[in-house]
Design a protein around this ligand. Structure first.
Ligand code: UGA
Length: 452
């Protein structure tokens, strides 16, 4: 028996859990499933398995009013709902390509359920997959396990997501646009009616396209954003060499051109996280497999990798050697307002400095538990900014948490041994340091050569 407007979500990572919570907050009944039992039990108790502003309130309400139900067996949800949304992970394989094993295993599960289902069902793939996956292997698995014909007996769409960690709820409830790659008009209209229920009068622009274009839109979107950041980081290096150079001013100047736009032009230590690095590697492989050269993707990755090296060399120049030096790293998450340290530039910086013989103390306002998982035993994990700065020869701001703006010469003087501060996220007001004994080096601002 099907419930009205009900959805099953398979895979409760960032995208899955936020999608489930947002849909249920608008009165849609959501069954959610994941292979990780700990995650399921947290959600069942209304506890969010991830740190994400606004998510836990939505979850708790949805669980309490019965709009969000955890299912151990995905078939329990699929048989009672009209849509299944797949949001399982597609991590990198060693050659950079996307590992689709979780996607295919979900397709098998859904296919088996479809076999005995008498009602219409729409399968919505939302995991990031290489172009051709939806209408190729994914559809084949669904058809062979269900014994049914896609389009005729069930609907199928690829529907990329564009939510950012740290603002995932807001991005899901108010997206710039919705991209629906549908196998046929009917499937597209069916998915659109789910979005109408979610967004009601505020339905954003909808782009209906083929599944293959929609798959490529997702990769191209992330690659373009990463390219913008690497571009401004390239300009940033030049600004450091030019008296009066300031990359924020350049970014504001070019960003005011509507054709360029002001977003993703914040220079700094570079991009990280669970999406950009993985998706750029995968897109690079897709180009190579198509016999094409991924020039801009290569340059985008190279510049980003170089940012960590850039800061290391700066420190080495200022401290003469890294060996035996104590470096305080402020920030570990791949960006502010998240506890996620996956492929974080701050963590890469810590590892790089450790390899050069430095000792590291690191502090992050939210990511302590995750830092201990990736760096435990190798660094000192501080519980406060003060503890992190204790006896440091140099300090580096590696994640732009607003709390680091409060650093002043007075505060640093009390704790630090050395006088070198590198603001690798451009959040400190240089005026505060103007007449102090500290040497504040801001990535992307002119750096006077070292006073001997
Ligand atoms: C990114 C995309 O922005 C989302 O649209 C997409 O849905 C998501 O990947 C995904 O594929 O799931 P996210 O990784 O959460 O979202 O974070 P972003 O806000 O895009 O930041 C990525 C990295 O770029 C961070 O390390 C951030 O510090 C850095 N960044 C961002 C900059 O260095 N400069 C900027 O101007 C913007």
């Amino acid at each position: 028996m099907q419930d009205t407007m009900s959805v099953t979500v398979i895979g409760l990572g960032y995208v899955g859990i936020v999608t489930a919570a947002c849909l249920s907050s608008r009165g849609i009944l959501v069954y959610c499933h994941d292979i990780n039992p700990e995650k399921l039990s947290a959600i069942r108790n209304g506890v969010s398995p991830i740190y994400e502003p606004g998510l836990e309130d939505l979850l708790r309400n949805a669980v309490m009013n019965g709009r969000l139900r955890v299912v151990e067996d995905p078939a329990e949800g699929i048989s009672r709902s009209s849509y299944t949304i797949i949001t399982v992970g597609t991590p990198s394989l060693s050659d950079g390509s996307a590992d689709l094993s979780q996607v295919f295993s979900a397709a098998e599960t859904i296919g088996k359920c479809l076999r005995s289902l008498n009602q219409r069902h729409v399968v919505v793939l939302r995991s990031t997959v290489p172009p051709g996956t939806t209408i190729g292997p994914f559809m084949n698995i669904l058809e062979s396990f269900s014994g049914k014909k896609c389009g005729l007996d069930f609907g199928l769409c690829f529907n990329p997501e564009f939510l950012r960690e740290g603002s995932a709820v807001e991005d899901t409830l108010n997206p710039d646009r919705i991209v629906i790659g549908c196998i046929d008009q009917k499937s597209g209209e069916e998915l659109l009616s789910l979005y109408r229920a979610l967004h009601q009068e505020q339905l954003p622009p909808v782009i209906m396209t083929t599944p293959t274009s929609a798959e490529l839109i997702k990769y191209a979107n992330n690659a373009f954003l990463a390219m913008k950041i690497s571009f401004i980081n390239m300009i940033s290096r030049l600004c450091e060499k030019l008296p009066g150079g300031n990359v924020d001013e350049v970014a504001a100047g070019i960003g005011a051109d509507k054709r360029i736009g002001p977003y993703f032009l914040k220079a700094g230590l570079g991009w990280g996280g669970s999406c950009f690095p993985k998706d750029l590697r995968a897109l690079r492989r897709i180009f190579l497999e198509a016999g094409l050269k991924p020039h801009l993707i290569d340059a985008t990755i190279e510049i980003n990798d170089g940012q960590v090296e850039w800061v290391c060399r700066l420190l080495e120049r200022e401290l003469s050697t890294l060996s035996g030096k104590r470096i305080a790293i402020l920030g570990a998450a791949f960006k502010e307002f998240t506890d996620d340290v996956r492929e974080s530039q701050a963590i890469r910086l810590a590892n790089r400095l450790l390899n050069s013989g430095a000792s590291i103390s690191i502090f992050d306002p939210a990511a302590t538990i995750n830092v201990s998982k990736v760096l435990d035993g190798k660094v000192d994990i501080a519980k406060s900014i003060d503890e992190c700065l204790e006896n440091a020869d140099a300090a580096v701001i590696a994640t732009p948490w607003p709390v680091f703006r409060s650093l002043t010469p007075e505060k640093l003087r009390e704790k630090m041994k050395g006088k070198i501060i590198i603001d690798a996220r451009r959040i400190i007001d240089p005026k505060l340091f103007e007449s102090s004994e500290f040497r504040l080096l801001i990535l992307g601002s002119y750096m006077e050569s070292r006073r001997e």
